[in-house]
Design a protein. Structure first.
Length: 114
């Protein structure tokens, strides 16, 4: 594959890294929520890497991980981080810049009606 083809195939794709610490309830919830979120909002356009800091603690320094679980969006740039179990879909959408505007509020929608 040429560099051009590689760059084209990366466009629109999300490269995500989830830092966890073992199989704790929060870690498992974050993994489950991330998988569900990606299937619903990024189907076919994502790659997930899960890093267990109990097995590889040295990897925390590279992405400056201070709390876990933490999701790091490596691509597309710029790098973004979300801390927590990823249970709030709206916060994940905004945090990853997948949908910067969650649409009009109910009050704004009513104001636009005759």
């Amino acid at each position: 594959m040429s560099v051009t083809q590689s760059a084209e195939s990366e466009e629109g794709r999300y490269r995500l890294r989830l830092y966890v610490a073992g199989q704790t309830a929060k870690s498992l919830a974050a993994m489950s929520n991330l998988k569900r979120f990606c299937e619903e909002h990024l189907a076919g356009r994502y790659e997930i890497e899960v890093v267990d800091l109990l097995q590889n603690p040295q990897l925390a320094a590279g992405d400056q991980i201070l709390a876990i679980p933490t999701l790091v969006r490596r691509l597309p740039a710029p790098l973004k981080r979300i801390i927590g179990d990823l249970s709030n879909t709206e916060k994940v959408l905004v945090g990853l810049d997948i949908r910067s505007d969650l649409g009009p509020s109910p009050a704004a929608a009513k104001a636009g009606r005759p």
